[in-house]
Design a protein around this ligand. Sequence first.
Ligand SMILES: [Fe+2]
Length: 267
Amino acid sequence: MRIRRERIAIPSLTKRLEGYRILHISDIHFNQSVRKNKLLWEELHGNEADLILITGDFITHDRYIESLCQYLEGSKAEDGIYGILGNHDYYYRTLWQHFRHSFLGRDYFPNDWKKLVSYLNGLGITMLVNQHVSVTSSKGAEIYIEGTDDPVLGNPAIADTTPDYQSSELRILMSHSPDILYSDEIRKKKFDLLLSGHTHGGQIRIPGIGALLTGTEHASRKEAYGMYKTMTGLNVNVSAGIGYSLLPIRINCPAEIIKIELASAHS
Ligand SMILES: [Fe+2]
């Protein structure tokens, strides 16, 4: 696994958010192999980030909820930890499950996502499912964080403008898939940063081409991975994630966590 470092220039950034550190983690897909990912747990427990944001697919199978929570326990960030749900949090979808679904017409097995949300909230990881919060940073900055339901299997919605959104100095949206970029919902507000995952960066990336498969319905290959700016000026980061959902293969696409630092200007 690698640590990808990104610096985002937000010209309107207030002084007290200069150098603000966000740890973006996605698609943990907790299992016996992720359990051994020392760097992931060190970063979560290291208390180095101001904010930790986790963009869905905590699990593949709900039998790992308790075990996942044992490892997440003790995760720390000065201004809190927030999460959203991904499609795999709702349904158990392995390669075998896809085969059963596609060729035998069987339904996917549902995961106990309500238990997952309850356990994560209990650990102090605030789950935002079509919900938003206002966070006052340790330096007194007002940060608005909104999380949508999963765009793949859920019903993503973005709230109407509220006074806390209007008075905030930084506006962050979390949505599991970058497909949210193509929803009418996203036009409701002007966010500074969108964090997504879901695509796993394609898991197999060909130099000069990119991901072979993105798992997105609308987002293009370029929009399915990495840090970029949209035509409307929205900063987007799509993570390659931590674990696997279908094939346990990664080529030119390492698992990653992303350390984002905010700045008012490029340097
Ligand atoms: Fe995933």
